[in-house]
Write a protein that binds this ligand. Structure first.
Ligand code: AMP
Ligand code: ZN
Length: 486
């Protein structure tokens, strides 16, 4: 097994990765709040963890990757309502219609960027019972209190024995300054206390019965409950964007300690922000770009459309803990680099085998691993991949040579890092293959028409039925036959 070092936000140090259980990795990443379309900033954080997931899988670990869907409880800053309920009321939809719509959008977008699906994708609303049980435990342990149908975590009491602020490196006084007094939260004993359960006002649509009356769970609690349920009281990795460190992740640590008396996570990993015009991409400020706009080019910040893999390459060219600024120029530069990489990968198949090697593929491969083992340093990895691109072009020109074994190693290493670990795809190839499918189906449609003209119903039905079995549905209309892929 490779020695992998990762930067732990809990200790602010790079540490050797040593799993809780040999050979296994448990990883939890905070998922989206599904009340609007994900923007490219959200995608960046999830993509960093997709790359990290891919690398652990590549190293041979059995990984259980849990990424939740927040479909209740995430409060907006300016009201005591949660984001889903507010949107449902504004759009006059069932909250679950909002949830379904944006969960589907989230999945479709991630699929276009070639994400691997997580092992488990639990929802907050599917775990209300567990959240109520956790609140009861925290109450029994004396670290929460009930007021007017709401339950709050008692941060000062917790801080007598533990350190609230251990992750975000704050002391309790900073925490007070950074916690806005939300209206309706005057029930709290102290401003830094946070809601575990909130009483639902009559207009609040998402509501559940509890020992404290009708209400809904606090946002921080769902992640504690779902990570513990699926990964245990102590697990390996918890990830999310930097902006979630405080208060969300700080509260997660406090809740888990209050329930189970152990620090829940060995390695806290935080991805940095995607910015545009120097400012954080965010839903609330309008300073954002949607993935769909990248694919169509339909946004005034960009001059043209870009393939999902180009956007993925652009993100992988930055280290996950560095700020990355989005711009048309940067994306266009990435497109050139990406095309050069793909061209070299196409060319590698037609390289001549030499008698000897003038390039050292084995130590190049080691350097690729060293980059990834150094806190998933994808920009350094990509620099090494371009060293291979340079060699491929020199070999093509007859200026360097590789023997058969080295050529094999070059090919497999290059393909593994580019496709399996960085998750890139050859955009040209996938476009080509869908053109090919379309051409083949059109050909079969013409052959079926001929069969029908010849009254050969058996053949015409066979073509229709077998295409259907392959997921291609033919539709006969006035203007001929069209098809759709299921
Ligand atoms: P949300 O749906 O707001 O809970 O956010 C989902 C994820 O996206 C969280 O992990 C956030 O940290 C992350 N995120 C939000 N904005 C950005 C951004 N501009 N750049 C990178 N990650 C972001
Ligand atoms: Zn979370």
């Amino acid at each position: 097994m490779q020695s992998l070092f990762l930067y732990n936000s809990l200790t602010n140090k790079k540490e050797l990765f040593e799993p809780v259980k040999e050979g296994y990795v448990g990883m939890y990443v905070c998922g989206p709040t599904v009340y609007s379309n994900v923007h490219l900033g959200n995608v960046r954080t999830f993509m960093s963890f997709d790359m990290i997931y891919r690398y652990f899988l590549h190293l041979g670990y059995k990984v259980r990757y849990v990424r939740n869907i927040t479909d209740a409880g995430h409060l907006t800053d300016d009201s005591q309502e949660d984001k889903i309920s507010t949107k449902a009321r504004l759009e006059q939809l069932e909250p679950m219609e909002i949830v379904q719509k944006y969960t589907t959008d989230f999945h479709q977008i991630l699929q276009k960027f070639n994400f691997l699906p997580p092992s488990i994708e639990p929802t907050a609303t599917g775990h209300i019972v567990e959240q109520i049980e956790a609140i009861q435990t925290i109450l029994e342990n004396g670290l929460a209190y009930e007021v007017n149908g709401s339950v709050y975590f008692d941060v000062l009491k917790y801080n007598e024995k533990e350190h609230y602020g251990i992750l975000s490196k704050r002391n309790i006084d900073d925490a007070i300054e950074n916690t806005r007094a939300l209206d309706g939260q005057t029930d709290k004993k102290n401003p830094q206390d946070f809601a575990l359960w909130k009483k639902a006002e009559p207009e609040h649509i998402q509501r559940w019965n509890s020992p404290w009356g009708i209400g809904f769970p606090g946002w921080h609690l769902e992640c504690t409950v779902m990570s513990t349920k699926y990964l245990g009281e102590e697990f390996d990795i918890h990830g999310g964007g930097m902006d979630l460190k405080f208060p969300h992740h700080e509260c997660e640590i406090a809740q888990a300690q209050a329930c189970n008396h152990v620090s829940p996570v060995k390695y806290w990993l935080h991805g940095n922000m995607l910015t545009m015009n120097g400012k954080k991409m965010a839903k609330s400020t309008g300073n954002n770009i949607l993935p769909e706009e990248i694919f169509t080019g339909d946004n005034h910040n960009i001059s043209k459309a870009y393939a999902p893999s180009v956007a993925r390459f652009f993100m992988m060219q930055a280290h996950y803990r560095s700020i990355l600024d989005f711009s048309d120029e940067a994306l266009s530069a990435s497109e050139k680099g990406y095309n050069r990489l793909m061209e070299a990968m196409d060319a590698v198949n037609s390289l001549q085998i030499g008698a000897t090697s003038t390039v050292d593929i084995s130590s190049w491969k080691e350097k690729c691993y060293e980059a990834m083992n150094d806190d998933f340093n994808t920009p350094i990895l990509i620099a090494h991949l371009f060293e291979a691109v340079k060699w491929i072009n020199l070999i093509l020109d007859g200026k360097e040579s590789v023997n058969e074994a080295d050529l094999d190693l070059l090919k497999t290493t290059l393909f593994t890092f580019t496709f399996d670990i960085l998750g890139l795809e050859n955009a040209q190839k996938s476009a080509d293959s869908s053109d090919r499918v379309e051409g083949l189906v059109e050909l079969l449609i013409q052959m079926r028409k001929q069969a029908r003209d010849n009254r050969d119903w058996a053949l015409s039905d066979k073509i229709r039925d077998e295409l259907l079995a392959l997921g291609v549905q033919l539709k006969d209309g006035k203007d001929g036959t069209t098809f759709s892929l299921n």
